[in-house]
Design a protein around this ligand. Structure first.
Ligand SMILES: Cc1ncc(COP(=O)(O)O)c(C=O)c1O
Length: 365
């Protein structure tokens, strides 16, 4: 179509995980478990849902562009409000980053099979998108540093990474950073920060601020607010000031902002979510090991499995769907032999493992 630029026409739209309703209908099932989108299986912070109810009184008024949340975060992290941005999920902020900083001749650099939301956004601008292969399913930071050229404008690093769940250390980042010119913007996506932060190998980027690094965080995971679309970021005030010129003036919405602020204060929910995730991760690891399924050590709320072939990966996904278990095939990300499983409640994890045992037994017969 002549109206559409070729780089848009050739894009594949973001494909979200299949919904419970869709799978129920398609497979004629009554009970379906969704372990496909790294959502919080405990639901949402109750303080957040109560805050949404209270904030609804003011729905006739325009929101204040995330200022209340920015103030709370600035106080909590001992930075200035000018260093904080809030948006419609961390993806909303990523989208603004693309629009604010990328020019036609610029290039984006990241790992192969990076978070698919980022892939879609980065390619939507029509600029060149370059990748470096994983090393042991983790970012190959030395190779990324070596791949920087005169046109590189944005480097995207997720820590922990989605879909592999791996992390890089402070030392590895520092070594990488030495080789990156200051004119390059590094996006440090920490959507899964809370799951990893107690790991001594995990570097909290709030402890090492650089002028060309923007940290992104999300309320969609540990706080269970994926449906509210609320995320935030920290960066040098000049970066934030320019992002604010591009951001839709009234995002995030009133209810989302209120939910985010309340969720930050809900330590009990955070704690319960972490405990359940740690228990589920241990159980899934042990069960996968027992079933001889290859998996990658993960520091987030999901685990990536690796299958001998693309066909086998696709078959497992399909067979699990027939049993009412939705997991995430990673073909669209560029990893056709891999399947990601989100950690669920104890009961959901048990159901997933039972279905997998059944499916694998059928394959082996
Ligand atoms: C690495 C990564 N970044 C960002 C996001 C999106 O977060 P949000 O819901 O805040 O846009 C996700 C969601 O899966 C993710 O895995």
């Amino acid at each position: 179509m002549p109206l559409v630029p070729s780089y848009i026409e050739s894009l594949q739209p973001y494909q979200a995980g299949r919904s419970i309703d869709e799978v129920r209908r398609a497979y004629g099932l009554t009970h379906v478990v969704k372990l496909a989108s790294n959502e919080n299986p405990l639901g949402s912070s109750p303080l957040a849902t109560e805050a949404i109810r209270l904030a609804a009184i003011n729905l006739n008024l325009y929101p204040n562009g995330g200022l209340d949340l920015r103030r709370v975060l600035a106080e909590a992290y001992d930075v200035k409000v000018e260093n904080v941005i809030a948006g419609s999920g961390s993806e909303g902020i990523m989208s603004n980053i693309m629009r604010t900083f990328l020019c036609d001749e610029d290039e984006v650099l990241t790992t192969e099979a990076a978070f698919i939301g980022f892939q879609v956004l980065a390619k939507s601008r029509g600029t060149k998108y370059r990748t470096v292969p994983y090393r042991n399913w983790a970012y190959d930071l030395p190779a990324l540093a070596a791949a920087v050229n005169d046109r590189t404008k944005i480097i995207y690093l997720a820590n922990p990474n989605n879909p592999t769940g791996t992390l890089f250390t402070r030392q590895e980042f520092d070594e990488f950073y030495k080789h990156v010119p200051e004119r390059v913007l590094i996006i440090l996506d920490e959507a899964y920060f809370e799951y990893a932060r107690d790991n001594p190998r995990y570097p909290d980027s709030m402890h090492y601020r650089y002028d060309n690094v923007i940290t992104l965080r999300s309320f969609s995971k540990i706080y269970g607010l994926a449906g509210a679309r609320i995320g935030y970021g920290f960066a040098h005030q000049d970066l934030v000031a320019n992002l604010l010129k591009i951001k839709l003036p009234f995002e995030p919405g009133t209810l989302s902002q209120a939910a985010g602020i309340a969720a930050l204060g809900d330590k009990a929910f955070l704690h319960r979510s972490l405990e359940m995730n740690a228990r589920g991760m241990k159980y899934l690891r042990e069960s996968l090991m027992d079933m001889d399924v290859t998996w990658v050590e993960s520091h987030a709320n999901f685990i990536m499995t690796v299958w001998p072939s693309e066909d086998q990966a696709a078959q497992v996904v399909e067979d699990l769907l027939q049993c009412g278990i939705i997991v995430r095939p990673l073909k669209a990300w560029g990893l056709p032999g891999c399947v990601r499983i989100s950690i669920g409640t104890d009961e959901e994890n048990r159901e997933c493992v039972a279905a997998m045992r059944k499916v694998l037994a059928m394959v082996k017969v």
